[in-house]
Design a protein around this ligand. Structure first.
Ligand code: PLP
Length: 381
């Protein structure tokens, strides 16, 4: 069989390599997975099942059910002060489909899109799949993995069309300070760019409050806010994501989706509508649980020789620096898996700036995290 030239180089990414290795080893303490360990709440499942029984088993509206889009607008206004109307919302197959649709609507061949390292790995592939060129900007731990305006401005060319920002961040767990957001907003306006703001971890901010990029002055018509039900409502398997942005962009994304997915699972949309309208107390409860876990793991890591870890800010990730152990990211990860049966991800799987770090997902119970930290401590001795 002959395959397309454009995917000649395609291979499994570094994250997936670890996931595949774990499958072959018994008894692994798995801190590599970026999904909540909590199951979807039973009443949300019931709402989905009820909807299916009531006949929501047909093709849904392309852009998403109006009541779901209403519920999203109400959720974002209630929690984060972002005012939007349902015609500015598009429902997608997981948060991951949102940038796919947006980039296809926005990019011409050769257009450049800035990615801030370390970044969620699929962004780079998605830019390339849409004919664009990813331009990576290195960051450092000292700056909280946020770039300065001059670091960003240095890579802007006449071909630059847009930038991805992800706060709270996967993998670093950092929340971008408002001053840096404002600097980026100014650049976006000055250079006539779009901004894809991945805010899928909006419900998991431990210090202060989440600030949607779209609420900063002057950028609203350039920002697509990307989110989803996976992390906030523990609904990864339902594959429900969404974008909130300018109507022109949303309309084009909707038209493109007609040839891709033709709408999103109807009962899952109904379950999500129920979830958005009823689960605020649960969000706060889980945020507290994640915060406790992250505080615990941070304390344990900082007591280990050669390891240092910043205090938790957002998402459920810690991104400790392991340079003092003398091991590179990948060496650390593979040796830890082999010797201690603890799985984490190498920081450089998220771009070169992640080298010397590992990503720990606090998506296990305190009891499992304790055992994993005991084993890591033992491994480092
Ligand atoms: N964006 C970020 C930063 C993520 O970490 C993830 C999942 O890990 C996604 C988007 C996609 O999530 P989903 O497609 O499950 O909504």
């Amino acid at each position: 069989m002959k395959f397309a030239n454009r995917y000649a180089e395609i291979k499994i990414n570094d994250m997936a390599k670890v996931f595949q290795a774990i499958e072959k080893i018994d008894g692994v303490l798995n801190l590599s997975i970026g999904e909540p360990d909590f199951n979807t709440e039973p009443d949300i499942i019931d709402a989905g099942a009820e909807a299916a029984k009531k006949g929501f088993t047909h093709y849904p509206p392309l852009q998403g059910f109006p009541d779901f889009r209403e519920a999203l607008c109400s959720y974002w206004q209630r929690h984060h002060g972002l005012k939007a109307s349902p015609d500015e919302v598009i429902i997608a197959v997981g948060g991951i489909q949102v940038p796919h649709l947006a980039l296809q609507a926005l990019l011409n061949p050769g257009d450049e899109v800035i990615l801030i390292e370390p970044y969620f790995t699929p962004y780079a592939d998605q830019v390339e799949m849409s004919g664009g060129v990813p331009v990576r900007v290195a960051t450092s731990e000292e700056n909280g993995f946020s770039p300065t305006a001059s670091e960003l401005e240095r890579v802007i060319t006449p071909r630059t069309r847009g930038i991805f920002v992800n706060s709270p961040n996967n993998p670093s767990g950092r929340v971008m300070p408002r001053v840096q957001m404002e600097e980026i907003a100014e650049l976006v306006i000055k250079h006539d760019m779009f901004l894809l703001s991945d805010e899928i971890y909006e419900a998991l901010v431990y210090k202060g409050k989440h600030v949607p990029f779209a609420t900063l002055p002057g950028v609203r018509d350039r920002v697509l806010t990307m989110g989803g039900m996976s992390k906030s409502h523990c609904m990864t398997g339902w594959r429900l994501g969404y974008g909130i942005g300018p109507v022109d962009l949303v309309r084009r994304m909707t038209a493109i989706s007609a040839s891709q997915t033709y709408g999103v699972n109807a009962p899952a949309q109904k379950a999500s509508t129920y979830a958005l309208n009823t689960q605020d107390a649960k969000l706060a409860e889980r945020r507290k649980i994640f915060a406790e876990r992250m505080e615990y793991v941070t304390k344990r890591l900082n007591a280990m020789k050669g390891v240092s870890c910043a205090s938790p800010e957002g998402a459920f990730y810690l991104f400790p620096n392991v340079k003092g152990t003398g091991l590179g990211s990948e060496d650390f990860v593979w040796k830890l898996l082999e010797k201690a049966k603890v799985a984490v991800l190498p920081g450089n799987a998220f771009g070169k700036s992640g080298e010397g770090h590992i990503r720990i997902a606090c998506t296990q119970s305190l009891e499992v995290l304790k055992r994993a930290m005991d084993k890591m401590e033992e491994f480092l001795k």
